[in-house]
Ligand binder design. Structure first.
Ligand code: COA
Length: 338
């Protein structure tokens, strides 16, 4: 096995195809019910980054079968935060491929001046044992829930979407947000930053209009088509609640529900219920190929969980976040090499 740094931007079609086969082989074992990724927009997905974000990737390749990718490791660096991503194909597992990839990531993390690293591991897969064996500490757990759209009671969802309190109006934005809404939208998103929910914030969000605009462009550039629904408080014209979802070109039958935020002074008016229901209704015509929607939430977000339950989301798996001191990790891994 050999490990080399890889630039997806310079990748050939053959390399991208091999990467995808390796990735999907791992997913087929760990998440057999998830839709496999398609090659469509894969290069964009792997290449396009937020301003100020760096993604470094390494491939582990087989010595016996040239061109076969046993696994990849990635280090995402943004605002001093280091996030690790790893996938070893079933054929490469339990041969210390994962450990070797983490070892090069840890060395680079130190060179980049990072002090700690975070990672997400999917519950019910070998990843929890792997990260624990490498000295990572379990920091936070989220639950992934999935809504199978074939089970949705559309009449009830339509009623939910109409059930918006007096003084608020719902607006739907496919693809982008108008410039005039950006400041109010960014202000509403700020609320999540102030919410001490223990999440490691592995996916830095955008809290000012310029950054928000940039992150919407990046989503589109990566083949993640965004949909946004907001509740506007009519007296102040402020954004009282918002919900964001993307439909990835990589798996267009499954949408990813991102952030849903309610500004605290607008709690208790049924806004998350109305905006999430409206989102589903719009998707039905905008993305008729969609089969399901996945979303992640911490156990602290009770109101959202109730809304998800009413819409028909069912809990699927734990998504566990781990963290480790970068120096300790590098030291531990270099001593196991000796
Ligand atoms: C977790 C993962 C990276 C492990 O890769 P790997 O190459 O098989 O792991 P290694 O061989 O380097 O294992 C190192 C140590 O981790 C532990 N470990 C790894 N797999 C394990 C398993 N299935 N059960 C128990 N312990 C395990 C062991 O202590 C192992 O050392 P040992 O074999 O000497 O006992 C791999 O299973 C994987 O890619 N899983 C999917 C990850 C994923 O979901 N990625 C997407 C989101 S980031």
């Amino acid at each position: 096995m050999r490990i080399r740094e890889w630039s997806p931007a310079a990748a050939t079609a053959a390399e991208l195809g091999a990467w995808l086969r390796s990735y999907n082989a791992g997913q087929a074992v760990d998440l057999p019910l998830d839709p496999p990724w398609q090659i469509e927009r894969l290069k964009d997905y792997l290449t396009v980054t937020m301003p100020g974000e760096t993604r470094l990737t390494w491939l582990a390749e087989s010595d016996d079968q040239p061109g076969e990718i046993l696994g990849y490791g990635r280090l995402l660096v943004m605002e001093g935060l280091g996030v690790v991503e790893l996938n070893v194909a079933p054929a490469g597992r339990r041969r210390h491929v994962g450990e070797a990839l983490v070892s090069v990531i840890a060395e680079r993390a130190l060179a980049e001046g990072l002090t700690s690293l975070g990672v997400e591991a999917i519950g019910g897969t070998p990843a929890a044992d792997f990260y624990t064996a490498l000295g990572f500490r379990h920091a936070y757990t989220e639950t992934r829930s999935i809504l199978d759209l074939s089970t949705v009671d559309w009449e009830h969802v339509a009623e939910m979407a109409e059930g918006v309190s007096h003084g608020y109006r719902i607006e739907y934005y496919p693809g982008d947000l108008p410039d005039e809404l950006l400041p109010a939208y960014a202000e509403a998103k700020q609320v999540r930053r102030l919410d001490p929910n223990g999440d490691l914030d592995l996916r830095p969000s955008s809290y000012d209009p310029d950054r928000l605009r940039a992150s919407l462009r990046v989503l589109q550039g990566r083949g993640l088509y965004p949909y946004i629904v907001v509740a506007v408080h009519e007296r102040t014209e402020k954004v009282a609640a918002l919900t964001e979802l993307v439909v990835p070109a990589l798996h267009p039958t499954r949408a990813d529900q991102y952030d849903t935020t309610v500004v605290p002074e607008h709690n208790g008016y049924g806004l998350p219920r109305a905006i999430k229901a409206r989102m589903l209704i719009e998707l039905r015509t905008a993305e008729p190929q969609l089969r399901d929607v996945q979303t992640w939430h911490g156990s602290d977000r009770e109101t959202l969980q109730q809304v998800n339950k009413e819409l028909g989301f069912l809990p699927d798996r734990e998504w566990r976040e781990y963290e480790v001191d970068a120096r300790d990790l590098a030291a531990r891994l270099s001593s196991t090499k000796d």
